[in-house]
Design a protein around this ligand. Structure first.
Ligand code: ZN
Length: 255
């Protein structure tokens, strides 16, 4: 069994049998993996981390070829991200980030850019008050990096440059030019400002885009476009997104 050392973010953890834990990780070098930590609940001191959700750790694991559950022999805590748990807004946006990593990234498909992006987004979430913006921008970046990228730089059907009013087609996964709009009668008008914001976010570093201001109309449209696209491709609404919508509807104070 080959041994590997890698950085890992904890997505979820479950009790396993009497004394052990199963942890779902997103790792820097191996993508999403499932790890078994034997005896950790009986002897927590065996590991230098309690593997809390959101935490960033360095782990050592043995890769088994016969199963997708790998044996984790060591876990050292790098950052617990305590700050994410101290407000409902941070926790909700953080949960959206973890759930997207689970839903969009196949097991053992390494993508260090997605790992670095996730770590950066979690760090921002600890200190930045605009938690909704972090979740929205993370969605745009992870869609681009995971290969689900909606087509926003030209017409998704004929590849022509978009001149004039574009419509967004969830079904076809991008913008339709005036000549192609009949190909999806459910496509909807979209502001030029929304398209420009998406392209800007896709093409710039996460730490540089957070200063981008969004007017309420564009923000609302971005949420609509991204959530319809995600729901269509995942075949379901994210659990964390349902919680987010409920909190918004009930006008919950978020930070
Ligand atoms: Zn076209």
């Amino acid at each position: 069994m080959p041994i590997h050392k890698t950085e890992a973010i904890v997505l979820k953890k479950f009790d396993f049998r009497e004394t052990s834990l199963i942890v779902h990780f997103y790792t820097k070098d191996h993508g999403r993996i499932n790890g078994l930590l034997k005896g950790i609940r009986k002897e927590p001191q065996k590991f230098a981390s309690s593997l809390e959700q959101f935490s960033h750790n360095e782990i050592i694991f043995y890769k088994k070829s016969s199963t997708s559950l790998h044996l984790v022999s060591a876990a050292d805590l790098r950052n617990n991200f305590f700050g994410i748990r101290n407000s409902v807004g941070r926790l909700t946006s953080g949960s959206i980030i973890l759930e997207l990593l689970h839903a969009l990234c196949p097991e053992e498909d390494a993508n260090s850019q997605i790992f670095d992006l996730s770590l950066e987004a979690l760090k921002e979430l600890e200190t930045n008050y605009d938690t909704e913006k972090i979740a929205t921008f993370f969605k745009i970046k992870i869609l681009a990096l995971s290969g689900f990228k909606p087509h926003f730089d030209s017409c998704v059907s004929c590849s022509d440059k978009i001149n004039g009013q574009a419509k967004f087609s969830v079904l076809l996964g991008g913008l339709l030019c005036g000549r192609c709009q009949h190909k999806d009668l459910a496509s909807r008008q979209i502001f030029r400002g929304t398209i420009a914001s998406i392209l800007y976010i896709e093409n710039n570093q996460f730490r540089n885009i957070l200063n981008l201001g969004l007017n309420p109309q564009i923000k609302k449209e971005l949420d609509f476009v991204l959530n319809s696209f995600l729901n269509f491709h995942l075949g379901k609404k994210l659990k964390s997104e349902r919680v987010n919508e409920y909190l918004k509807e009930s006008d919950f104070v978020k930070v």
